[in-house]
Ligand binder design. Structure first.
Ligand code: IVH
Length: 683
């Protein structure tokens, strides 16, 4: 009877894995949604539940294993079976003709065919499969040895944990290595940078750097949150004799790997040129960045005949596109003031077309950048779009400079009507306008408050905010909720009318329902982005408790650092901010986590904010399992004991941590206490 039931569960687990694999393939490779997010989540949750109740059913290719395990302490080194070569670069068609000539000389005839591929601007990786299962993934490193990044590569949902079986000339292909480029879509890169800017962190320079940094994260959970992509371009195996590169790519595709849809089999070098020209023009229509084209000899026999020199093959070459540049007039330098007063100088340019779009503004970063490059108003400047998505001013055309152009003096005053003094705190590169009533800051703060991820008042966009500020109807975020007093006047305004005023007031009223974490984020506290606001709301539950928290209370919360804690303390020490909060409260905004949310949270996450340390061996769970149980209930596990530790779980033969815990008077739990605390009951 029992066996029968177990078999049923096993069958269901397999069914769920296959379904999820199918939906993942459709979604992540073919960009097609076969079911709704909710249905998908339900299937995933069911599989998690089955596996939790029956750990014996967990398989290595289960989708639940993509983000499993603890963060690494450091990377292990992997020695590549075959060296990971790099490519020689060329920048002109002449050099490519030279390459073709060398190929012909070495082969003693024309090559059979070429394959032209996009050169993805990302990070090269290698993945080995054993018995059809993903085994080890590594970075290129120095070409001979790289870092083991299997934990991160598994989080990329388009990479199969288990391949679709294929047979080649009667042999099942199960043991092989693939190589490819991990990269990021421009839109995902921009989204991450937007968030960084919002919490006033330095944005990443380009998608490639962010991809490289992401692959080097030690915690796979963080990697999983950043949408990485891959294009596979190489297959190696001892099992069978492979014949052609282009055929290998189509085999990779059949096995379930993402490959570039843009590769082209070219019968001669002229066809390669056509491909180069096409993508030189069209590359900006791609959703990701390429830095050129790779040209490869198709026949693997010809490839091995040609061999390689130093670290590059003689059978392939990279044709790199130049970074696109343009020269234009710098009409003016204006100052952009952020919601916290940070000043960014902006180049106002004579509009110029560059790399797929018209550019009329570019950031000049800060005063030092302008001084170093000696950029002057009236200069002709060179702007560039290299690997960076945001254009940059890369130099000044000195020959075009006249005597009228004087060195730029960074303004001493804010560009707003109040003319407040700008200050540059010691050790910082930025200037700040320190006047909290600076109209620019006020405006940015209102825009932030109204934005989608904060109060989401759709009808209160930049333009409307500007008009309302000019009319004097709003001076700060709390005034928004008194706008209805001006509704008659608003209706009389040109282009406003009954309907738009009613819509605006409705949207404002509706925003009162936004949960506490959105309100907290909307307050625009420096360094407190969306994620931190959520964490704080969950931990402190109400604004009163948050406002009363000490620096220690704040930094004890997972992921709240010193800088954030200090910013929060400064914010709550400011009487004006407290006054605003009191007004918002009176209007009915949410300043505590709604009861049902709180209830659900407490029920499912009773260990929220609790920090555990494990020592010694447990009977009923491995350390990793214990850690997962704690995290599931909202707790956190750290490696060493400090005064912030809430509990020490003591198993058999505990280490020195136990003594330390006793010394510091931290509550120690034996296995039984611990199991009871996390509500574990034997299956
Ligand atoms: S083939 C021996 N194909 O460019 C040939 N590389 O320096 C190995 N890359 O390290 C590379 N797209 O990171 C190849 N379609 C493509 C590529 C590509 C990007 C990168 C790869 C490699 C570097 C060449």
């Amino acid at each position: 009877m029992k066996n029968n039931l177990f078999e049923k569960i096993e069958k269901r687990a397999k069914e769920l894995r296959d379904l999820i694999k199918k939906y993942d393939y459709a979604y992540y490779i073919e960009a097609e949604s076969l079911i709704s997010d909710r249905e998908y989540d339900l299937l995933f949750d069911e599989l998690i539940r089955i596996e939790k109740e029956n750990p014996a059913l967990i398989t290595r290719d289960s989708p639940t294993q993509r983000v499993a395990g603890e963060p690494l302490k450091q990377f292990e080194t992997v020695t590549h079976d075959t060296q990971m070569l790099s490519l020689a670069n060329t920048y002109s068609k002449e050099e490519l003709v030279d390459f073709h000539r060398r190929v012909k000389e070495n082969l003693g005839r024309e090559p059979n065919s070429y394959v032209a591929e996009l050169k993805y601007d990302g990070v090269a990786i290698s993945i080995k499969y054993k018995n059809g299962l993903l085994d080890i993934a590594a970075t290129r490193g120095d070409g001979t040895r790289g870092d083991n990044i299997t934990h991160n590569i598994k989080t990329i949902r388009s990479i199969p944990l288990k391949i679709n079986p294929i047979s080649y000339e009667g042999v099942n292909l199960t043991d092989f290595e693939i190589r490819g480029e991990v990269f990021m879509f421009e839109k995902d890169f921009l989204k991450i940078n937007e968030k960084r800017l919002e919490s006033e962190e330095k944005p990443y320079a380009n998608p490639r750097n962010l991809t490289a940094g992401t692959l080097k994260l030690l915690d796979p959970k963080e990697t999983a949150a950043r949408a990485l992509q891959i294009a596979c371009y190489y297959l190696l195996t001892q099992q069978i004799e492979l014949k052609e590169h282009f055929e290998n790519i189509s085999m990779l595709k059949k096995m379930g790997f993402p490959v570039s849809p843009h590769s082209k089999l070219c019968q001669n070098i002229e066809e390669v040129f056509t491909f180069l020209d096409y993508w030189e023009k069209e590359r900006h229509s791609l959703p990701f960045q390429i830095d050129g084209v790779v040209v490869k000899i198709n026949s693997l026999k010809e490839q091995s005949q040609l061999g390689f020199v130093a670290r590059s093959p003689r059978w392939a070459i990279a044709y790199k596109y130049e970074a696109e540049k343009a020269v234009t007039l710098l009409k003016d330098i204006t100052l952009q003031i952020g919601r916290t007063g940070q000043v960014t100088p902006v180049a106002e340019l004579e509009p110029v077309f560059l790399a797929g779009s018209t550019i009329s503004r570019a950031t000049l970063h800060n005063a030092d950048f302008i001084a170093e490059k000696d950029i002057r108003i009236g200069d002709y400047v060179q702007i560039e779009k290299g690997g960076d998505v945001i254009p940059k001013v890369s130099g000044v055309i000195l020959e075009k400079r006249t005597e009228n152009q004087l060195p730029y003096k960074f303004p001493m005053h804010c560009s707003c009507d109040l003319n407040s003094i700008l200050i540059r705190p010691e050790g910082e590169v930025n200037y700040y306008c320190n006047n909290p009533v600076c109209p620019w800051q006020v405006r940015r703060r209102i825009e932030h408050f109204s934005s989608r991820n904060a109060m989401n008042i759709g009808n209160l966009g930049e333009k409307v905010i500007e008009s309302l500020l000019n009319l004097g109807y709003i001076k700060n975020i709390a005034d928004i909720y008194e706008l209805k007093r001006h509704s008659d006047e608003l209706k009389k305004l040109e282009r406003w009318g009954e309907k738009s005023v009613a819509n605006l007031l409705d949207a404002i009223e509706e925003s009162k329902k936004q949960p506490f974490n959105n309100v907290l984020y909307g307050l625009g506290i420096r360094f407190i982005g969306e994620v931190a606001a959520k964490t704080l709301a969950r931990h402190f539950l109400s604004i009163e408790k948050l406002a009363r928290a000490t620096k220690e209370d704040l930094t004890a919360v997972f992921e709240i650092g010193e800088k954030m804690a200090e910013s929060l303390l400064a914010f709550f020490a400011d009487e004006k901010e407290i006054e605003t909060i009191n007004r918002l409260k009176a209007f009915g905004l949410q300043f505590e986590l709604a009861e049902k949310e709180q209830g659900a949270l407490n029920e499912s996450q009773p260990l929220l904010g609790k920090i555990f340390v494990l020592t010694g061996e447990l009977q009923s769970a491995t350390r990793n399992e214990a850690k997962q149980m704690i995290e599931k209930k909202g707790g956190k596990v750290t490696g060493s004991i400090s005064k912030n530790t809430s509990y020490v779980v003591v198993g058999n033969a505990p280490g020195s941590k136990y003594e330390k815990a006793l010394k510091l008077g931290i509550t120690c739990l034996n296995e039984e206490d611990f199991l009871e605390m996390i509500g574990y009951s034997e299956p």
